[in-house]
Design a protein around this ligand. Structure first.
Ligand code: FES
Length: 260
């Protein structure tokens, strides 16, 4: 993990409150694994905590990385007002990243994302496809209005959509899509990022698969394993005191490693 002042190359709005920002800097040389995140200082003196944002794409040749974020408060609102050429203080890459080495060419992976958990699944899917793995995407949004990156995922493989209000794809959550998919086939690995309820459902549906990797969305402060703001409990912990730090030991865990 390193720290650098990166330069914004571009910023665009993808959907209401959702923005895509591309950054350039030497830090990109350190970025390898999908599912890692960067920790960005908000360029406003009264906002002290950095904001953790997952990496959506890594482009080594152009020495750029892309993030997609949603305005959730003052910090991300400040990010959304920045322009090409502005500078950001960035630490990273942080986190362990998804394990793509458990699969070999010809195997099948389910890549599942919900809402603002979808961005890191794009770099993951790209890397899986480069390894010759067949990817099937299951993407869930609140509505068509806040959907984004549909075509990018469709270009990588079979992509199925669900929306809470039924305005695009199947009505309901991604669980509805999975139920019909697993009647016909079982994937060799499952990768997911999204709200806790969705991850819980996935852990349950694929409880017989050892290769279920979940990216946990946990509130963070330091982002470096120092403050314990992001702990998650582990299974079979009789004392109730054992935990893992999502920022440092995660954010990705096998479903069997954490209590959701
Ligand atoms: Fe401080 Fe994880 S955010 S330990």
């Amino acid at each position: 993990m390193k720290q650098e002042i990166m330069t914004i190359v571009s910023q665009k709005k993808l959907a209401p409150r959702i923005f895509q920002m591309t950054l350039t800097g030497k830090l990109v040389d350190e970025m390898e694994k999908p599912g890692q995140f960067i920790h960005i200082k908000v360029p406003r003196a009264d906002l002290l905590l950095r904001r953790p944002i997952s990496i959506n794409q890594i482009n080594k040749e152009a020495q750029t990385c892309t993030i997609i974020y949603r305005i959730e408060g003052d910090g991300t609102k400040v990010f959304s007002e920045l322009k090409a050429g502005d500078l950001l203080d960035v630490m990273g890459p942080l986190g362990n990243g998804f394990d793509v080495d458990c699969l070999t060419a010809g195997q099948k992976a389910y890549v599942i994302g919900g809402g603002i958990g979808i961005p890191p699944m794009y770099e993951l899917s790209k890397q899986l496809k480069q390894k010759g793995i067949e990817v099937v995407h299951f993407l869930g949004f609140a509505s068509k209005e806040v959907a984004y990156f549909q075509e990018e995922f469709m270009a990588l493989g079979d992509t199925r959509f669900a929306t809470d209000d039924g305005s695009f794809g199947v009505e309901g959550n991604v669980g509805n899509l999975l139920v019909s998919a697993i009647e016909k086939e079982r994937p060799d690995a499952v990768y997911a990022c999204g709200a806790n309820g969705m991850l819980k459902m996935i852990a349950h549906v694929f409880s017989d698969n050892p290769n279920v990797f979940l990216s946990l969305e946990q509130r963070m402060a330091c982002g470096m394993g120092a403050c314990y703001a992001c702990v998650c409990h582990v299974p079979d912990d009789e004392s109730g005191t054992s935990s893992v730090k999502v920022c440092d030991e995660g954010p990705i865990f096998r479903a069997s490693e954490v209590v959701l």
